[in-house]
Design a protein around this ligand. Structure first.
Ligand code: ZN
Length: 177
């Protein structure tokens, strides 16, 4: 049975740490952490999660875009664990879009991100994978990747006027289907 992990929030110093690369992907502790993160992100209505958010300072993220209550227009993809990922290339185009974070409850912000990125990572079997991501999925990756460097989306917001509360976001900015 997978475990629902408790998510740490802004103010917890672990969110500001630099995450360590994973040396042995096949380690049972890491495999269990992957299963628990998959379960936790699905249960939390998230579209992504990074291991530092559950106080495990490793370079492990789940990108799991799908329409849910928090992100009704997110594209559907299979939840993908990515270990020790790297950004190999990115577009020159930068786009602003809405983000929230399970570790920063109650706030949304307009965050500039590269429109497209090319990444490589290890999958949960330890096999090297390469992937091109665009738009919202590229945004999720860049958001989770920032967690490895001790950054949250608030650090990327250009102007505090680009921040809104979750309540006002739901009433004013949530695109309706
Ligand atoms: Zn986050």
């Amino acid at each position: 049975m997978s475990e629902l992990l408790s998510i740490i929030e802004l103010g917890n110093p672990i969110l500001r740490h630099i995450a360590q690369p994973i040396l042995d992907v096949r380690d049972q502790k890491i495999q269990t952490l992957i299963d628990d993160l998959l379960w936790t992100v699905a249960r939390s209505q998230g579209v992504g999660i990074a291991a530092p958010q559950v106080a495990q300072s490793y370079q492990l993220m789940i990108v799991a875009s799908r329409p849910n209550l928090r992100y009704p227009t997110a594209p559907e993809m299979p939840p993908t664990p990515m270990i020790n990922p790297k950004i190999l290339a990115h577009s020159t185009e930068v786009v602003k879009g809405w983000e929230g974070c399970l570790s920063v409850p109650g706030v949304r912000g307009q965050v500039p991100r590269y429109q497209a990125i090319e990444v490589e990572y290890l999958d949960r079997a330890g096999k090297r994978q390469a992937l091109e991501m665009t738009d919202f999925v590229a945004r999720i990756f860049q958001h989770e990747f920032d967690h490895f460097n001790g950054l949250v989306f608030l650090d990327r917001v250009e102007n505090t006027q680009d921040l809104v509360t979750e309540k006002e976001y739901q009433q004013r900015y949530q695109p309706s289907e």
